[in-house]
Design a protein around this ligand. Structure first.
Ligand code: NAD
Ligand code: DAU
Length: 342
């Protein structure tokens, strides 16, 4: 079996490759990644020497020639599309990059899948395509039937890709599935996102920026649980279906931040409230009944266990994130957070 994974040098993609290597040691995994600021060969360094079971191509999913070259050389059976511009805040600065990668890139990949008779195309989508939920109605959760209703250029680009995937399935009979997952956390998470940002800044006793009042709620899932859901879907999921994936772990941002500070033995004085993210989604909460009932999946890691494992990983792997934050990331941080304190 040949499994082509796009965005495999990023956070979730590299965790999925690690998961798939363990679950399916006989598969060949082909990783396609442009190595943008978010892609990092260190995330997949342990696999690259095994040429029989692993191949890496640095290429752009939105570049038809480059993708055609990989598909004709490798003839994959299954394609999983993780590659994307993934950070909401960056999408407010440069929407067009998000539209190119997340929408056109998906279309280029699907055309290649049709041409090369790929048996399954799986699109990694997000719960953000459903917009947000109010803070005062805790029983409301996103189901697969919810309307698409997006808030940011990022979520709009992901929703547009989902619509294209459904169209390719219906019209061209592309054997496609989609998963919409909530907020992941765990090893190799790029330190621009909330949890690794808080860990890395708290370790260094630096101010921790919390948007607005920190009351927004996210449904956190340990990345390995997302990986196991994807693996189930590509093997036993039904084509044409969307599956919601969530961690059953809703938390307010401020509580997540305080928990990390507590575990690191740092002071809450580091917390700095800053100007809110424009269009900031209030609450995400996933109803994952469908994948639980139909595919027998459920999240295995509670937030309490997952956050402890994650903090331990960041403490044991300081060179990994220090290397990232010492480079061009410094300019990003200055640009995004300067003069934002309230
Ligand atoms: P990430 O930003 O860590 O990784 C994205 C990867 O895609 C990087 O390795 C990058 O180099 C690569 N990439 C970007 N543009 C590319 C292009 N044009 N061609 C080839 N490769 C390219 O993102 P992540 O957090 O790992 O997210 C992976 C996927 O999961 C995304 O599709 C995202 O929308 C989705 N998702 C993420 C979360 C989350 O909480 N992180 C939750 C639900 C869904
Ligand atoms: O829900 C799934 C989505 O989760 C994915 O589709 C996205 O790719 C992923 O980035 C994530 O989006 P969020 O916007 O929810 O994640 P982020 O880590 O950027 O922010 C989490 C919450 O923390 C959000 O309410 C904003 C807040 N926040 C974030 C940052 C970076 C802060 O308060 N301060 C910060 O500095």
């Amino acid at each position: 079996m040949k499994l082509l994974v796009t965005g495999g040098a990023g956070f979730i993609g590299s965790n999925y490759i690690r998961y798939a290597r363990e679950q399916h040691p006989d598969y060949k995994i082909i990783c396609v990644d442009l190595l943008t600021y978010a892609g990092n060969m260190e995330n997949i360094a342990e696999f690259t020497s095994d040429k029989e079971h692993f191949a890496f191509y640095r290429c752009d999913i939105a570049n038809k020639e480059e993708i055609e070259n990989v598909f004709s050389k490798e003839n994959p059976d299954i394609v999983i599309n993780f590659a994307a511009e993934s950070h909401v805040d960056r999408s407010l600065e440069n929407p067009s990059l998000f539209l190119r990668t997340n929408i056109l890139g998906t279309q280029v990949l699907m055309d290649a899948c049709l041409k090369h008779n790929v048996k399954r195309f799986h699109q990694i989508s997000t719960d953000e395509v459903y917009g947000d939920l109010p803070l005062d109605r805790p029983n409301l959760k996103f189901t697969e039937e919810n309307k698409i209703k997006t808030s940011s250029p990022y979520s709009a680009s992901k929703a547009s890709a989902d619509l294209l995937v459904s169209a390719y399935h219906r019209t061209f009979k592309l054997p496609a599935t989609i998963s919409r997952c909530s907020n992941n956390y765990g090893p190799y998470h790029f330190p621009e996102k909330l949890i690794p940002l808080v860990i890395s800044r708290a370790v260094s006793d630096e101010k921790i920026p919390v948007y607005g009042k920190g009351e927004n709620v996210r449904d956190w899932i340990y990345v390995e649980d997302h990986c196991s859901a994807i693996d189930k879907i590509i093997h036993i999921g039904e084509v044409g279906n969307v599956y919601n994936v969530g961690g059953n772990s809703e938390k307010r941002n401020i509580d997540v931040v305080k928990e990390i500070i507590k575990q690191l033995g740092k002071s809450e004085d580091l917390i700095t409230f800053v100007k809110d993210r424009p269009g900031h989604d209030l609450r995400y909460a996933i109803d994952s009944t469908k994948i639980q009932k139909e595919l027998g999946w459920k999240p295995m890691t509670s937030f309490e266990v997952g956050i402890e494992k994650t903090i331990k990983w960041y403490l044991a792997n300081e060179p990994w994130w220090k290397n990232i934050i010492s480079g061009e990331y410094q300019q990003y941080y200055q640009k995004m957070y300067a003069n934002r304190e309230i």
